[in-house]
Design a protein around this ligand. Structure first.
Ligand code: PMP
Ligand code: GLN
Length: 383
């Protein structure tokens, strides 16, 4: 029998699938994989139904519908004063995951090095490896997940072609300050690097935190693939619709890959999201306050149970330190919790290549119904 590709021989099942299966098998409350356990806004679901009724049943143009590319362009202008041409600088993808993959495949040659800031979203490294590139980790150090400029400088070699930044940051919930982003900006320009800025949680910021797209910084727009996703912004992860904003030469590269990976993305969803993005100003205040209330409730609950950490200012995740509760590492403790406490989390060591810091944390997703969060806290009582 022939063997399947060496390229993927060392890949394992993604930690998200593993933990969601363990949650199902153990009948556990699931705060692991990052998705809301409630649906997105009714008005957007109604719009999608209308779009299906109106037709839109055939392939969309491969780069995305004119309506959605125009809405994406418009919101970058309204929120960030960034001007992207819908025809030559915006591409619609099957979620941010495809956006990441095709940006990497379109710009990385075998042997090129790509800097990943760990802890990272797990698809980064697999996508780099599928392109034949080499992922070079630089650690964002717990508990504040700060970047250390000298460590980043040391990781850059003559082979470095790209750096991937995620802001707001999964799994820590960190929202990057301007002066921290300037460290990336300075080195990306100095070494002429491509940058992927994964901004899928751009609108999930709390307590007055401000999101700064990397493309806003002088010298960055021309080298940056900015990636986002309706899945996060509208709490509809199953709709799998995302986008890449990038200058024409980079857009050309991602489209060449995209046409052979997916060709195009579900047409009615694009049409509905196009209308949805035009209503962001009305929608976002309630979206943010809903998630903020969940964050506050769950954080207070964990605090009462004796977990001590700073409240995250972005995303729907918390990195919770476990050393005061157990001598086990993250994977062992996650197994104990899911089997004996009926609570699924994510052991974050899956998000690291180098540092062992993840072994002292578990990631919790708080994008859940009140009853789910209450059940999770109850299952943790008396630890
Ligand atoms: N980037 C980050 C940081 C994520 O957390 C996720 C997943 N939720 C994605 C990208 C992928 O988003 P999508 O579901 O749109 O593919
Ligand atoms: N991004 C989500 C998380 O971090 C999960 C995405 C996935 O399951 N691929 O949990």
């Amino acid at each position: 029998m022939k063997k399947t590709a060496l390229r993927i021989a060392h890949f394992k099942d993604s930690i998200f699938g593993v933990m969601s299966k363990l949650a199902r098998d153990n009948n556990a409350v699931n705060l692991g994989q990052g998705f809301p356990d409630f649906d997105g806004p009714q008005w957007l679901k109604d719009l999608a139904k209308d779009k299906i009724e109106q037709g839109h049943g055939q392939y969309a143009p491969f780069m995305g519908t004119p309506s959605l590319r125009s809405s994406v362009s418009s919101y970058y202008k309204r929120f960030y004063q960034l001007d992207y041409n819908p025809d030559s600088e915006i591409t619609i993808t099957a979620g941010a995951t495809e956006g990441l993959f095709i940006s990497i495949l379109g710009s990385i040659d075998p042997g090129d090095e790509v800097i990943v800031l760990e802890p990272f979203y797990d698809s980064y490294v697999s996508s780099i490896e599928m392109a034949g590139g080499v992922a070079v980790p630089v650690t964002l150090h717990a508990p504040d997940f700060n970047i250390i400029e000298s460590e980043l400088m040391r990781a850059i070699t003559s082979k470095t072609k790209m750096i991937i930044v995620n802001n707001p940051h999964n799994p820590s919930g960190k929202v990057w300050e301007k002066n921290e982003l300037e460290i990336i900006v300075k080195l990306a320009i100095k070494h002429d690097l491509f940058v992927i800025s994964d901004e899928v949680y751009e609108f999930l910021v709390f307590d007055g935190a401000k999101h700064f797209p990397l493309a806003q910084f002088p010298g960055m727009r021309e080298r940056t693939f900015t990636i986002s996703s309706a899945g996060k912004t509208f709490g509809l992860t199953g709709w799998k619709t995302g986008w890449i904003c990038a200058p024409p030469d980079l857009t050309k590269a991602v489209r060449l890959v995209h046409q052979y990976v997916t060709f195009s993305v579900a047409t009615p969803m694009q049409e509905a999201i196009a209308d949805g993005l035009n209503r962001l100003e009305d929608y976002l205040p309630e979206f943010r306050s809903t998630y903020k209330a969940k964050r506050d409730f769950f954080f207070e609950g964990l605090k009462k149970l004796g977990f001590e950490f700073s409240i995250p200012r972005g995303t729907y995740f918390m990195m919770v330190p476990i050393k005061s509760k157990t001598t086990k590492n993250d994977v062992e403790f996650a197994m104990e919790l899911v089997q004996e406490r009926k609570l699924a989390t994510v052991p974050p060591s899956a998000f690291y290549l180098k540092s062992k810091e993840g072994q002292s944390y578990l990631r919790f997703c708080f994008a859940k119904n009140q009853s789910t969060l209450e059940a999770a806290l109850k299952n943790l009582e008396g630890l």
